[in-house]
Design a protein. Structure first.
Lengths: 306, 286
């Protein structure tokens, strides 16, 4: 197990290094002079020079790269151009809101996906199965930037049950969580159905039935528990989609998380902050994937001995 | 229970898969038709304004109502189909061509070439799909062409990984070994013998990728990072509709419906294609 852990950790290092390199190069992809682009076409030349010096853009590229990587390792990503505050503290202040939203969305997704997937597998080939499959495909196809406003029209504007936007109470969390979790629910439901069908064909399920276990017990106590491993793995792998979806959901519902900070900083051409948000989201994604892989190794011994 | 699934269940599943892909084909067909003849059959010009009637809801004259500048939403939704399909087609063409080439080279040559290409793929996969596109467009500037560049830059990775896996398997096949033994050059072996074995899987991914690219373009445009006004893009229309969610929800409802239905069409079609090309993955075969 330790060897598996070590190998998996070592494999992550070059990926993180590549992620940091890509984020660093973003600023150099800006067409023309990055400092001029950040301040606008009409900015005085002296201000542009000053910003170029402040961001280190006047130094050789390799030196800039070295300074960026050292900064990342020390947790120093520079300061926001707009507020002058450190990028790291600005990003950190938004983490709780995004974590709350992502967690709630994943909870909603599981709450919908598991019963739907189980029903589709158990009643395979019936209208229930077809309905669940169609519903899952619809869930993947409906964009969250449409579902969000639709939910707001019905539940916030027409019925007045829930607030339209903002963060604070549990009621504020309901619409954003459903809007962000719907696509994930659809993907998880399809996976639950597929893996449960595989498990239901296994001899141990037949044996449990033969020993007199009821149909519900055979499905829920035996087959479903084993089918959970790939479902949990998929949940981890889909975390990236949840984070990207959060960028849009947070924009719709004025949710003060990292996604909204990213969109706002793009609008203000606050590129150090844009880099900080992108780096944070990508590193979180890599970390969650790593934890998912390790968990998979713990849950399924076949993986770690491969 | 599943083990005693009778033949009738298998038939039901198969017919349901055919039904779903037929529905998908019809949806995509209608969208293509709208993209081609939309501007001809559209009741109004996409730019013509009727300011006094701005934000008016659906009526007999304006089936989908009017937007914030008094423009006919139905005409703009029809025109938006052209943008969406164009972006999807260009992104999928570039991504699949680059992905097939990179994946085939990595899988066929193996060794250090494979190692180097796989590391690049790993790094790009470390970014959640749309995030890298958002980052690219943020620095390149919002425009239709930059959206296509950004989505193609992230899109090829999935194809490369898929094709690499297929090629790793295909290069050991007898007819490929035979072609090599008979003295066929590497490009010929790749193009004539190895890559064709990956094409069924690529076509499924490309169909699903059309839906993905359309959704991604709409997402970027919704965030104000994609197609810029006055070009009628469904995502941009939703972005502006958001401001009038309280007083004119029809600005949000119709463009969103168009995206959802078209993406659903491609997903139905892609799923059906997968079932048809890979009997093992077919629901009836499970």
């Amino acid at each position: 197990m330790l060897r598996y852990l070590a190998r998996r950790l070592v494999l992550t290092v070059p990926v993180l290094f590549g992620v940091a390199t890509l984020v660093f190069s973003l600023i150099h992809l800006i067409p023309g002079d990055p400092a001029q682009a950040m301040l606008g076409e009409t900015a005085p030349q002296a201000d542009v020079e000053e910003l170029r010096r402040r961001l280190g853009l006047d130094r050789p590229l390799l030196e800039q790269y070295g300074a960026f990587l050292t900064g990342v390792l020390k947790g120093d990503l520079g300061t926001s151009l707009r507020t002058g505050e450190p990028v790291v503290s600005q990003v950190a202040s938004r983490v709780p809101a995004t974590a709350e939203l992502a967690g709630a969305a994943m909870f909603v997704a599981l709450l919908v996906a598991l019963p739907l997937g189980i029903a589709a597998a158990v009643w395979r080939g019936t209208a229930i199965d077809s309905g669940a499959t169609a519903l899952a495909l619809a869930g993947v196809s409906i964009p969250n930037f449409w579902l969000g406003p639709l939910l707001a029209i019905v539940f916030a504007i027409e019925l007045g049950w829930l607030p339209v936007s903002g963060r604070g109470t549990l009621a504020h969390l309901v619409l954003p969580a459903i809007s962000l979790g719907a696509a994930l629910a659809a993907i998880l439901a399809r996976m639950t159905r597929a893996t449960l069908l595989e498990e239901l064909r296994e001899p141990y399920v037949q044996a449990a039935r033969g020993r007199g276990a009821s149909r519900a017990r055979a499905v829920l106590r035996h087959a479903f528990r084993n089918s959970l491993i790939p479902v949990v793995t998929l949940l981890g792998l889909q975390f990236g989609a949840v984070l990207t979806g959060a960028v849009i959901t947070e924009t719709i519902f004025a949710w003060p998380g990292i996604g909204r900070l990213l969109v706002q900083s793009i609008g203000f051409r606050d590129y150090p902050l844009v880099q900080g948000c992108i780096l944070f989201i990508a590193v979180t994604y890599v970390a969650v994937n790593l934890v998912t892989d390790l968990l998979y190794g713990v849950l399924d011994p076949r993986i770690r001995f491969e | 229970m599943t083990s005693e699934a009778p033949a009738s269940v298998a038939r039901f599943r198969a017919s349901s898969a055919v039904r779903m892909s037929s529905v998908g084909a019809v949806i995509v067909g209608v969208a293509v038709l709208a993209a081609v003849i939309g501007p001809v059959v559209a009741p109004f010009d996409t730019a013509s304004q009727d300011l006094p009637l701005r934000l008016t809801g659906p009526s007999l004259r304006h089936w989908f109502g009017l937007d914030e500048l008094g423009r006919d939403i139905l005409s703009r939704v029809l025109a938006g189909a052209r943008i969406s399909l164009l972006v999807g087609l260009v992104v999928v063409s570039i991504s699949s061509a680059v992905g097939i080439l990179v994946g085939a080279i990595a899988g066929y040559f193996g060794g250090r070439v494979d190692e180097a290409l796989s590391r690049i793929i790993d790094v790009l996969l470390a970014f959640p799909g749309l995030l890298l596109a958002i980052a690219m467009v943020a620095v390149l500037g919002p425009s239709l062409s930059n959206v296509v560049i950004a989505l193609s830059l992230i899109g090829w990775v999935g194809y490369a990984r898929l094709v690499r896996g297929q090629v790793l398997r295909a290069r050991e096949l007898e007819f490929v070994q035979a072609a090599r033994a008979l003295g066929a050059r590497t490009p010929r072996v790749l193009l004539r013998h190895v890559i064709p074995t990956a094409l069924p899987a690529v076509s499924v991914q490309a169909t699903l990728g059309m839906g993905g690219a359309i959704l991604a373009e709409a997402s970027l445009s919704f965030l104000g990072l994609g197609v810029q006004p006055p070009t009628p893009s469904w995502g941009t229309m939703l972005n502006y509709g958001r401001i009038h969610l309280l007083d004119a929800p029809h600005l949000t409802i119709f463009p969103g419906l168009a995206i959802a239905v078209l993406v659903l069409g491609f997903n139905f079609l892609g799923d059906g294609l997968r079932d048809a090309l890979d009997p093992k993955a077919a629901p009836s075969g499970r």
